[in-house]
Ligand binder design. Structure first.
Ligand SMILES: *Cc1c(COP(=O)(O)O)cnc(C)c1O
Length: 460
């Protein structure tokens, strides 16, 4: 019979809990051990049989601390087929971007001119690359595209009117709503047209009626599409209509596509270059969607407009740190040198079907008889190319409890995220790094084992 006297002393426990102390610190470890001991004492006094040995109590304290202090970000193998998966951190970085950010992580010449030994400019290294990649006179980068939008509105339209089509008053996701962004920036929203149809003439009329209009903003509806009786004014028409009135067009293109792409699943995505060539004064995009870089927001366009953004106080609040400057620089260099296969997002999107087929076959073979290769579809994701799919061979794993298998896979290390659909588990090799194929196959085979034991046990 266990009595409270059998409980170890806190000081003795601390002495044995070196790894807990190393991980969480002495104060937190002591508190958690005390809590574990108190719980056990209460259980013992209530007449329950509990283990009160040191190892059990230390484990209980570790569980308490784990629940309270969320762990670090974990590596995940993305087998979902969603190339730019926002919940999985959007674009995986290129090897070159990783090297650049590792180098910049220690001491670096971020704002220091090495030849003269004087203070240098943080943007000097990155801004010309942004401009060149977007085919613009000038460019810059800030924290993210939402930040870029706030900065553009604050710098160019604070206290003045901004024309936006009612069909583009969108919520991008994560409660990022255009009218709220507009209000936060101090610009006044002037709604134009209707939800399904807005013509260039509607913008002209609104501009003439309202007078003090600083800007027209066009927002790419990146995460939805409306079809049917619709019409919208494109950038070219807007620029032609509003240019003579002295009103520049700012275009949030969203995805970070630099050039128009002939890929059928990207036809509906506007690009930075095409937007600027069509007459946009400024174009804005994300750094970590189709650009395939770190989180960032790019602003490119006419020199005076970009300079006005650069000089606004919010530019300082939204600036990039050295790690992301390094990673974005390397990513833009890859685009400029047309080394698309160096950028994981583009390598995945452009994967050759025969290669994917071979990898899917090998995965299915390694997983076992429950796995079959079938015709499937990958998607771009990240709120890009809504509705567009890329035909892709995928592995269908038949099992009795696909949700359980999927959970087991998510909880291992590295975590594996797969799709569950139609009573099966689906693995899309397109979004998996080929170097992870063997791990993926082995882990899936292992996760199926206990399930098979359950299902193959003969009924009594
Ligand atoms: C994704 C997206 C944004 C937000 O970009 P972040 O970089 O996540 O801030 C803004 N506008 C459009 C059109 C988008 O697609």
């Amino acid at each position: 019979m266990t009595t409270p006297r059998d409980l170890p002393r806190i000081d003795d426990l601390i002495g044995e809990a070196a790894s807990l102390v190393a991980r969480f610190g002495r104060a937190a470890a002591t508190e958690a051990l005390r809590e574990a001991v108190e719980r056990s004492r209460a259980a013992v006094l209530a007449g329950q049989t509990v283990d009160v040995d040191s190892a059990t109590l230390i484990e209980q304290a570790a569980t308490l601390l784990d629940a309270r202090r969320p762990g670090a970000l974990q590596r995940v193998i993305n087998a979902t087929g969603v190339v730019v998966h926002t919940n999985l951190g959007r674009a995986p970085l290129s090897v070159q971007a990783l090297e650049a950010l590792t180098q910049a992580a220690s001491v670096t010449d971020l704002e220091y001119d090495l030849p003269t030994g004087r203070r240098g400019s943080r943007g000097a290294r990155l801004d010309p690359l942004v401009a060149e990649a977007c085919g613009a006179e000038d460019g810059m980068a800030v924290n993210n595209a939402a930040g870029a939008l706030v900065l553009v509105l604050a710098a160019l339209a604070s206290g003045r009117g901004v024309l936006v089509s009612r069909g583009e008053l969108v919520e991008i996701g994560g409660s990022f709503r255009l009218p709220d962004i507009m209000a936060a920036s101090g610009a006044r929203l002037v709604e134009v047209g209707t939800t399904n149809r807005t013509r260039a003439a509607d913008y002209a009329q609104a501009a003439d009626e309202h007078g003090d209009i600083a800007l027209a903003l066009k927002v790419h509806p990146s995460n939805f599409s409306i079809s049917g009786f619709t019409q919208s004014a494109d950038v070219q028409e807007l620029a032609a209509t509003l240019g003579p009135r002295g009103i520049p067009v700012a275009h949030d293109v969203g995805s970070g596509l630099l050039h128009d792409s002939p890929q059928p699943w990207l036809l509906a995505e506007p690009s930075m270059r095409a937007s600027l060539e069509s007459g946009a004064g400024l174009a804005i995009c994300s750094g970590d969607k189709l650009l395939g870089g770190p989180q960032a927001g790019l602003i490119a366009g006419s020199a005076p407009l970009v300079e006005a953004c650069r000089l606004h106080p919010l530019a300082r609040a939204l600036r990039l740190d050295k790690l992301r400057i390094a990673a974005l620089h390397a990513t833009l260099e890859a685009h400029l040198a047309e080394r698309y296969d160096d950028v994981p997002v583009w390598r995945m999107l452009r994967s050759n079907i025969a290669d994917l087929q071979a990898r899917a076959d090998a995965l299915a073979l390694a997983i076992g008889s429950s796995a079959r290769v079938s015709e499937g579809e990958s998607v771009v994701g990240g709120g890009s190319a809504p509705g567009a799919v890329i035909a892709s061979p995928v592995v269908r794993v038949a099992c009795d409890h696909p949700d359980r298998v999927a959970r087991t896979l998510r909880q291992g290390s590295p975590a594996i995220v797969a799709r569950v659909d139609d009573g099966a588990l689906w693995l899309d090799p397109r979004t998996v790094e080929p170097a992870d194929d063997a791990t993926l196959a082995q882990r899936v085979a292992e996760a199926l084992l206990p399930m098979q034991d359950v299902t193959t046990t003969p009924a009594p």
